[in-house]
Design a protein around this ligand. Structure first.
Ligand code: TXA
Ligand code: MG
Length: 556
């Protein structure tokens, strides 16, 4: 079977041709055929909404679950009494203001509407699409047209006739090409059958505009993705995985500059990116889809589905998407992205993540810290803080002076060499010094971390575990490495003999110690620095992501 293609874009001035196409499409629909129709939101897959058999074929063509009802498309509010009952006055107020337009109202269902259209519910969704061609087709057909979005079930919706052909060619009788959709996201669905108007799906009509006219609107839980396991949403369609490209999607929320930076931190060579126009330059190595400037939510709505769709024909293995704020059309765009991501959302600007790194000499701690910095993190060098405190913190100086009399010169300055001699090779003395240092250092590091902005921090401390600094970290990472590799690295780095390198390693705690005490381990068995850096980047990206997810789950 061939799908008939009615091109109503390039027929400018050819009134007769347009009318013929409209009549042909209307006749097909009246006869029980399936015809995809343009609307201002997305393309719909239309059938005569009063013909149960025709409507059943919609479900087959889309592979749509049977319990997901369809929206009836009308030419205006004058059709409401035919297909609905107990219509509240508010429905007419809304229709007068917003129809034709991207508003679907859920009302009590009239007797003429078959079970197939409403999936057996006693309510029905109705809307009047704002597209001259489709309005003319419905008028000519003389019946309400049941039409879900014209995509295969689960795929992103279609915003052009080409998208429809991609999904539906051969499965339906016709496609009416009315050009690209002006809004680009589906209609806003408002349930008017309860005590209070309730938003079931944010869409092309911003909820703020509705509230301006009718006052506060309740927001259904399914909109924000907070349905509990097994809980049933009021709009059955909201429970399905939707709009999803083949590759898994991660949505990054937060201020655009931050979300862009966060995505940049996370992307790998095979990641795809959906971003605002302003940030494309950050992702030159990626498959990028720009969906419009930060401030242009309409452009974002128009392009979001096409962007999601387009990745299916590329080789990306994961997709990151910047998310607009929830104002105006941003609520619908963000909702579609989050649904495409199965609500896998990362908040770019709300957390502080603290990683503690420790390990023996030559294992690769410095390289690992450098990688964290490359990922946008900040390193807190505890050794430096300690030396600064010894020079400046009077309380700490007093405590050291009491335990090690004579290490401060008469002018009050510290004689470091003397202090070194006091503790060198004297285990007990060293322990006393450490106890003092830890006592002052831990609260100081804590204070510094509290005073910093959100972001990623790496605490670099030789005695991370002994000092108690591990308590301020979200994760502690043991950097370990096979002894032979460490020997070679230290020899090259410090230009020392093999014997001396081995001595330095044996004087320190073994890898096993760090491994058993830290929350995770990064083993450096790489032959080259580049290899280790690449491994460390993967390791820390994953670690940061998992800490972030854990924090988000905690705050849900
Ligand atoms: O913009 C749109 O609304 C597009 C164009 C084609 O008009 N249509 C569209 O249809 O998005 P569809 O089937 O993809 O989404 C309709 C949504 C589904 O989530 C469905 O569960 C919900 O509306 N729905 C339909 N009738 C309902 C009812 N009686 N009660 C609650 N939810 C309903
Ligand atoms: Mg749909």
């Amino acid at each position: 079977m061939h799908t008939l293609y009615f091109d109503l874009r390039d027929t400018k001035g050819q009134q007769k041709l347009i009318e013929d196409n409209i009549s042909a499409a209307a006749k097909l629909l009246r006869d029980g055929a399936l015809v995809a129709i343009p609307t201002e939101t997305v393309y719909g897959l239309g059938a005569n909404g009063l013909d149960g058999a025709a409507v059943r074929r919609i479900f087959e063509a889309k592979g749509r679950p049977q319990d997901n009802p369809l929206i009836l498309h009308l030419t205006g509010p004058q059709w409401l009494p035919r297909y609905c009952r107990d219509i509240p006055p508010m429905a007419y107020v809304l229709a007068r203001k917003f129809w034709p337009g991207p508003l679907t109202m859920i009302l009590k269902r009239g007797d003429l509407v078959p079970d197939e259209t409403t999936a057996g519910l006693d309510t029905v969704g109705v809307r009047c699409p704002n597209h001259p061609v489709t309005l003319a087709i419905i008028r000519e057909a003389g019946v309400p047209i049941a039409a879900p979005s014209a995509n295969l079930s689960g795929r992103p919706s279609c915003t052009s006739a080409a998208d429809v052909i991609e999904d539906m060619d051969g499965k339906i009788e016709g496609v009416v090409d009315g050009g690209p959709c002006a809004v680009g996201v589906e209609s806003t669905i408002l349930d008017l059958t309860g005590d209070q108007p309730r938003l079931l799906r944010p869409g092309g009509l911003p909820v703020e505009e509705l509230e301006r006219l009718i006052g506060p609107i309740a927001v259904d839980k399914a909109v924000t993705g907070t349905l509990a396991e097994g809980e049933r949403p009021r709009a059955p369609g909201m429970k399905y995985r939707h709009y999803a490209p083949k590759a898994p999607v991660t949505v990054v929320t937060g201020a655009p500059a931050k979300s862009a930076r966060e995505i940049r931190r996370q992307v790998g060579p095979s990641s795809g990116v959906i971003c605002f126009d302003e940030y494309t330059g950050l992702f030159t190595g990626q498959v990028v889809r720009a969906i419009g400037p930060v401030e242009d939510k309409l452009a974002q709505a128009q392009r979001v589905f096409e962007a999601l769709r387009s990745f299916d024909s590329s080789a990306v293995t994961e997709i990151y998407a910047q998310c607009p704020d929830g104002q105006g059309l941003g609520m619908a765009v963000g909702n579609r992205l989050k649904k495409a991501a199965g609500f896998h959302v990362v908040e770019a600007d709300s957390e502080k993540i603290v990683l503690g790194l420790t390990g023996g000499t030559g294992a690769g701690k410095s390289s690992a810290l450098a990688v964290i910095q490359k990922l946008g993190g900040t390193v807190l060098d505890c050794d430096r803080v300690y030396h600064k405190m010894l020079a400046e913190n009077e309380e700490m100086q007093k405590a050291v002076g009491r335990t090690f009399p004579g290490v401060f010169r008469p002018d009050g300055s510290l004689d470091r060499r003397k202090l070194g001699q006091e503790v060198f090779m004297k285990k007990e003395q060293l322990e006393k010094l450490n106890a003092i240092v830890y006592h002052f250092l831990v609260p100081e590091i804590e204070k510094q971390l509290n005073a910093t902005a959100d972001g990623i921090y790496a605490v670099d401390a030789i005695n991370l575990l002994e000092s108690g600094l591990d308590q301020v970290c979200d994760r502690t990472v043991a950097i370990t490495s096979p002894t032979e590799l460490r020997v070679r690295r230290i020899m090259a780095r410090d230009r020392i003999t093999e014997q001396y390198a081995r001595m330095r390693i044996t004087a320190q705690k073994p890898d096993e110690y760090y491994r058993s005490k830290c929350s995770c381990e990064l083993n450096n068995d790489a032959d080259t620095a580049e290899e280790f850096q690449a491994a460390a980047k993967r390791f820390f990206s994953r670690l940061i992501r998992s800490v972030r997810e854990e924090k988000q789950n905690r705050t849900l």
